[in-house]
Design a protein. Structure first.
Length: 228
């Protein structure tokens, strides 16, 4: 049985360790404040079969949001807002975003629309993420490795053991505050490669309001459309 990596560990004054599997397969562990990582890992190892079975059921039961259809007037997500899509005979590069008007898609390239949207999201997100990483790294003395925009669909971000930071392009669908939170979250992992109490304390020190964008991602993340 493989090692189970929880999505979140919540420490409190409770006396025992418990695990919950949420819709979509998300694993959350609740543990006593004094519980060590070794104790938690052993607990997860003992519960691995049950967790994997529960994850499979939750993933099957989770309602999957539909992707874009790229029809005239369809509402497309960008930075936490929805903008109308307009089809046109000719659009530079096939797709454009006009503030105050919405998205323009070249009608003859509808069959390429997913790829065009993904490229747009990646381009927009890259600049925002790089700016935030530079700001927090300079302000708080972090030294992250490479910064990459990925096509990940199950994680907003990740931090490697070499402190390389990865961010899903789907973050471009979320509000700027959510992008900032995920950047702070992954930077904090360059010092704490876990979700311990020390980790969350560091996140709170860097971004005291982090619970608001974190709540948005939990509530609205599953509603966002899947993209290739």
């Amino acid at each position: 049985m493989g090692i189970i990596e929880p999505d979140e560990i919540i420490y409190s004054r409770r006396k025992t360790i418990a695990v919950t599997v949420f819709p979509g397969g998300r694993v959350v562990v609740r543990a006593p404040a004094h519980a060590s990582q070794a104790v938690i890992r052993r607990f997860l190892s003992e519960k691995a079969e049950w967790i994997q079975t529960a994850q499979a059921k939750m993933q099957q039961a989770a309602q999957q949001p539909r992707g874009y259809r790229y029809e005239e007037g369809e509402q497309l997500w960008f930075l936490g807002e929805k903008y109308p899509l307009h089809l046109a005979d000719k659009v530079s590069c096939g797709l454009a975003f006009l503030p105050g008007r919405g998205f323009l898609l070249e009608r003859s390239r509808r069959n390429q629309a997913d790829a065009l949207m993904s490229a747009f999201y990646k381009r927009e997100l890259r600049g925002r993420v790089q700016e935030l990483v530079r700001y927090y790294a300079g302000r708080d003395g972090f030294a992250p490795g490479a910064v990459r925009i990925t096509s990940a669909r199950t994680r907003w971000g990740s931090c490697s053991r070499a402190n390389s930071l990865n961010f899903s392009f789907r973050l471009a669908l979320t509000p700027p505050a959510c992008i900032e939170y995920v950047v702070v979250h992954e930077l904090a992992h360059t010092r704490e490669h876990n979700h311990s109490a020390r980790f969350w304390q560091l996140v709170s020190q860097m971004l005291p309001s982090y619970m608001i964008p974190r709540g948005w991602l939990k509530k609205h993340g599953p509603e966002l459309p899947p993209l290739a």
